[in-house]
Design a protein around this ligand. Structure first.
Ligand code: PGA
Length: 254
């Protein structure tokens, strides 16, 4: 039996309203506790900002963690519409997704802002889930390794310069062409990419506590292949996390 402690992060994006998210957590409350207890896993739910606190309240008697999907790159000040990492920590968040491809593509985030956000999150003892991945074109042009290195190097530089070298971090590899498409890379491709990422982050941050996640169309059909990859330690799950039964199957697959 695989004794690995898996991390499952449900990224609900902007797909559940406050009411829907509360109903999901209340209706599945007992099942979520059972799931957490029966699996060797850490479960993290990332609802939209307005829903974080209500979800924390509903799940407060469980070991299920709650995370944000984003935070400000700034500490505090005149930044209308931004949400500070400090506030996320104060309301009880444990994790924060950073640099998701939708943030990069639709909201202009770049590697530098991702690096700043990572610092903000670490300053408040949240665990960052740093997302990165290549486009379809980059994948087809076999540029993935180069692109991943370009995305990760500014973040790693900031961590090294600011002595966050022993931080706890999650790195989530999400090929953009795989997110929400049902498409998934071949297992050999993923093995090569994860070994490249392991070398890249492991060499520069040898003392950090790092977990490597995969994200992009994770479902109960491909979880078998994904869990065979010895370097993958968890999953960032979008669509399939909105349906408790589907999420449960992914978590329970051994
Ligand atoms: P998906 O989304 O599982 O729906 O592909 C994953 C993500 O965007 O994090």
């Amino acid at each position: 039996m695989n004794k690995k402690k898996w991390l499952y992060v449900a990224n609900w994006k902007m797909r559940m309203s406050v009411n829907e998210a509360q109903v999901f957590c209340v209706d599945n409350h007992n099942e979520l506790i059972k799931l957490q207890n029966s699996s060797n896993a850490e479960l993290v739910i990332c609802p939209e900002f307005s829903t974080i606190f209500p979800v924390i309240q509903i799940l407060k008697d469980t070991n299920i963690k709650v995370g944000a999907q984003n935070c400000s790159q700034f500490k505090q000040g005149a930044y209308t519409g931004e949400v500070a990492a400090q506030s996320l920590a104060q309301i009880g968040c444990s994790y924060c997704i950073i640099g998701h491809s939708e943030r990069r593509t639709l909201f202009g985030e770049n590697n530098e802002t991702v690096a700043q956000k990572t610092k903000r999150v670490l300053e408040h003892e949240l665990i960052p889930i740093i997302c990165f991945g290549e486009t379809k074109k980059e994948y087809e042009d076999e540029q993935t390794n180069m692109v991943l290195e370009q995305q990760l190097t500014p973040v790693i530089n900031v961590l090294v310069e600011d002595t966050w070298i022993d931080a706890t971090l999650c790195f989530a590899y999400e090929p953009i062409w795989s997110i929400g498409t049902g498409l998934i890379a071949e297992s050999t491709y993923l093995e090569n990419i994860f070994s490249f990422i392991t070398d890249l982050v492991g060499t520069r941050l040898p003392n950090a506590q790092i977990m490597l996640l995969y994200g992009g169309s994770v479902n109960n059909n491909n979880i078998k292949m994904l869990k065979k990859n010895s370097l993958i330690e968890g999953f960032l799950i979008g669509g399939a996390s909105l349906d408790f039964q589907k999420f449960q199957k992914i978590v329970l697959y051994k």
